[in-house]
Design a protein around this ligand. Structure first.
Ligand SMILES: [Zn+2]
Length: 160
């Protein structure tokens, strides 16, 4: 079973310049000035790519995070400084790409598409930490936008 619909992968492959294993939404982007970081980074994305390869994107485990020891943070380099942009979702649906809100962390089935959410890949931050961050990976921003008055972004990641 593909983790992400093929059409989504194809779309994001063009934006990323590599074929991602996973494409996920970054969560927590509305807090602590992160909207401004995304807004500024959107200008970078117009001019080129934002990736771990050119140092404009960083994805790191945050084991001392007081809310979640599995937290994985996403930062963007804007104006020469690495600034927090958000987090890898704690739980998501790999089929439709939806990040689940905290109240649904115990949900065993996606409310949108019905996919079983008990497999390890549904617990995304831990999955990314164990299968990508602890190994070799490349990641990039495949999309930043402001479609409904809130900046949002999508990241693709693959093993190298
Ligand atoms: Zn789903």
């Amino acid at each position: 079973m593909d983790l992400v619909p093929k059409s989504r992968i194809d779309l994001d492959t063009a934006a990323l310049g590599f074929r991602p294993d996973l494409v996920f939404p970054v969560v927590g982007v509305t807090f602590e000035g992160r909207q401004q970081v995304l807004a500024e980074a959107s200008g970078l994305l117009v001019g080129g790519r934002i990736s771990t390869q050119n140092g404009l994107l960083t994805i790191v485990a945050e084991p001392s995070n007081k809310f979640d020891p599995d937290a994985v943070s996403v930062s963007l380099r804007v104006d020469g400084a690495l600034r927090p942009a958000g987090y890898v979702p704690k739980k998501w649906c790999p089929t439709c790409g939806t990040a689940l809100p905290a109240r649904d962390y115990n949900t065993t089935e996606c409310l949108t598409c019905g996919r079983d959410l008990t497999g390890p890949e549904a617990f995304l931050n831990r999955y990314i930490k164990e299968n990508y961050l602890d190994k070799g990976f490349v990641a990039g921003v495949s999309w930043i936008g402001n479609p409904v008055g809130t900046w949002a972004m999508r990241v693709g990641i693959t093993r190298v």
